[in-house]
Design a protein around this ligand. Structure first.
Ligand SMILES: Nc1ncnc2c1ncn2[C@@H]1O[C@H](COP(=O)(O)OP(=O)(O)OP(=O)(O)O)[C@@H](O)[C@H]1O
Length: 232
C-alpha cells in the first residue's frame, strides 16, 4: 500500500501539497486527476523518491521512499528527459543497465506493438513518438508500481489510443499498481478502477469509480466538474 500521511510541501510561496492524506490500495489502475498545478506531479515524484515532504510521511509498503522502494517503481515523468542524440537501442541499453527487472522479451514485443525501430534517433522523431518511447522504457520493466505522469499530454488522439492500449495490454491485475495522472478523463475513465481528485494540494475525493458514479448518479467527468466547483 502507498500512504500519504499529513504531507506538506511548499516551493517558495506555493503550497504544492497541503495536509495531503491518501491511501492507495495495491493491484489497481488508479487515475490521479486534477487541474493544472493541483499537486499531481508533486505527489507522484514523492512516491518515486524525487522530492521529500517538508512534513508528514510517504510510505510504500511501510517504508519511506529509498533505494529499495525505487527498485519496485517505474516512473514516467511528464518532462522530455530522453537524450536527443541517442537512438532507441542506445537509450534502452543505458536504462536497462540500472534495473534488474528489465524484461528483454517485453521490450522487443513492445517495440513492435508501438511501431518503433531501434535505430530511431530521439531528437529526430515526433512528440508522439517520444511519448511512445517513454512508455516503451517504462513498461519494459516488470515493476510492481508504475507511475505515469501525464503520458497523454499534447499527444494526438490516435497515439493516445495506442498509449492507453499499451498501458492495459500486459497489466497484471492484483499484482501491479499503475497510477496515471491526466486531464483526459473521457478517454481514460474506463481503465481506472479507482480515482483520486486533487485540488489545491489536497485530496478532494477518492474511491472506486463505480461506487462514485453510483453515489452521485453522474458520469465521472460530471463528478469531476462538480468536485472542482466545490459542489461535492
Ligand atoms: N520545483 C518546483 N519549483 C517551484 N514550484 C513548483 C515546483 N514543483 C511544483 N511547483 C508548484 O507546485 C504546484 C503544484 O505543481 P504540480 O506540478 O504538482 O501540479 P500538477 O497538478 O502536476 O500540474 P500540471 O497538471 O500542470 O502538471 C504548482 O503551483 C507548481 O507551480
Amino acid at each position: 500500500m502507498i500512504e500519504f500521511i499529513d504531507v506538506n510541501k511548499t516551493f517558495k510561496k506555493v503550497k504544492a501539497l497541503d495536509n495531503f492524506n491518501l491511501k492507495i490500495e495495491p493491484g489497481k489502475i488508479i487515475g490521479l486527476l486534477g487541474p493544472n498545478g493541483s499537486g499531481k506531479s508533486t505527489s507522484l515524484k514523492m512516491i518515486a523518491g524525487l522530492n521529500k515532504p517538508d512534513s508528514g510521511k510517504v510510505l510504500i509498503d511501510g517504508d519511506e521512499p529509498c533505494i529499495n522502494t525505487k527498485e519496485d517503481i517505474a516512473y514516467l515523468p511528464e518532462i522530455d528527459y530522453l537524450y536527443s542524440n541517442m537512438n532507441i537501442k542506445q537509450i534502452s541499453d543505458f536504462i536497462s543497465s540500472f534495473y534488474s527487472d528489465w524484461d528483454c522479451n517485453k521490450y522487443k514485443e513492445l517495440l513492435k506493438f508501438l511501431n518503433l525501430e531501434e535505430d530511431m534517433v530521439i531528437g529526430k522523431v515526433s512528440k508522439g513518438m517520444r511519448a511512445k518511447i517513454k512508455l516503451l522504457l517504462t513498461f519494459s520493466r516488470n515493476a510492481k508500481i508504475v507511475l505515469l505522469d501525464e503520458p497523454l499530454s499534447g499527444i494526438d488522439i490516435l497515439t493516445r489510443e495506442e498509449i492507453i492500449e499499451t498501458i492495459i495490454k500486459d497489466y497484471r491485475e492484483g499484482e501491479q499498481t499503475i497510477i496515471l495522472s491526466t486531464h483526459e478523463i473521457l478517454e481514460t475513465e474506463n481503465i481506472f478502477e479507482d480515482v483520486i481528485f486533487v485540488g489545491d494540494g489536497k485530496v478532494k475525493l477518492s474511491g472506486n469509480v463505480d461506487d462514485i458514479k453510483m453515489k452521485y448518479n453522474m458520469s465521472l467527468s460530471e463528478v469531476m466538474k462538480e468536485v472542482y466547483r466545490n459542489a461535492i
